[in-house]
Design a protein around this ligand. Structure first.
Ligand code: NAP
Length: 250
């Protein structure tokens, strides 16, 4: 018996929020496994560096711009991404934080985070699910967070949005599993990206000491799990939260 490969040649992947950080690493990894990737970010030219890196490594990529908080822009994004064939792999990665203590958190901060992190994932999955059911090995992968499983003081909006992604993925897994579609959440711990770059050295060091593997995560740590799920290796995994946190939440 041999291990199943992660060869993604002939497959197409759409990754939201691929201009930098985790999304960029996912786009580069899927492209290096042979997928034709479509990268998105909020503005034209935002994914130029990602495209350059992918093309320099011999991969195939194009970019689309859309603010995923805008339902009309999302609809157009789904249409443009499915041109020439629906994606086999949808990675809902775009995400934001608007942290604040619970009693001071306004409804606007709550809604903003929900609309980017959760509503956009729902709308994009809904726009693409029918065409994706017609292609080989359809995979929906949602980038959640460990705080969606544990909660976090100061992040009620963000934690709720990430917990919501798990409910969304599990519902998709049950509703479309019989048609071959898998839906999972990858839940990162503390990863070194722009999102965490603003945290003080003290906060980073405090986080590091709670991580059994003794280091913060890298975007590539997350991309490897996404590649596993996207390939034949992930064929029998659905409705799960795959935690990639160096043991931080143990
Ligand atoms: P990042 O470096 O801040 O990058 C965020 C990405 O999302 C960028 O490509 C950004 O595009 C895009 N984006 C933000 N708002 C958008 C919008 N309204 N419409 C379209 N695209 C938008 O973040 P990251 O750390 O790589 O995080 C990626 C994902 O992992 C997020 O869902 C985040 O919640 C999750 N996560 C991160 C960590 C961590 O420790 N870093 C931990 C757990 C989970 P622009 O460049 O155009 O702004």
């Amino acid at each position: 018996m041999s291990l199943r490969s992660n060869d993604l040649r002939g497959r197409k992947a759409l990754i939201t929020g691929a201009s930098r950080g985790i999304g960029r690493a996912i786009a580069e990894s899927l492209a290096s496994a042979g997928a034709e990737v479509v990268c998105t970010s909020t503005r034209e030219g935002g994914c130029d560096a990602t495209l350059e890196a992918i093309r320099a490594a011999g991969g195939s990529a194009k970019a689309l711009a859309a603010d995923v908080a805008d339902p009309n822009a999302l609809k157009e994004l789904a249409r443009a991404a499915a041109e020439g064939g629906a994606p086999n792999i949808l990675v809902n990665n775009a995400g934001i934080t608007r942290d604040g203590t619970f009693l001071r958190m306004g409804a606007e901060e709550f809604d903003t985070v929900i609309s980017v992190n959760l509503r956009a994932a729902f709308l994009l999955a809904q726009a693409l699910v029918r065409p994706m059911l017609k292609v080989d090995a359809p995979r929906m992968i949602f980038v959640g967070s460990v705080v969606g499983l544990t909660g976090n003081a100061g992040q009620a909006n963000y934690a709720a949005s990430k917990a919501g992604l798990l409910g969304l993925a599990r519902s998709l897994a049950k509703e479309f599993g019989s048609r071959g579609l898998t839906a999972n959440v990858v839940a990162p711990g503390f990863i070194e990206t722009d999102m965490t770059a603003g945290l003080s050295d003290d906060v980073r060091e405090a986080a590091r000491t709670k991580i059994p593997l003794g280091r913060l995560g890298t975007p590539e740590d997350i991309a490897d799990m996404v590649c596993f799920l996207a390939g034949d290796s992930g064929a029998y995994v659905t409705g799960q939260a795959l935690v990639v946190d160096g043991g931080m939440t143990l």
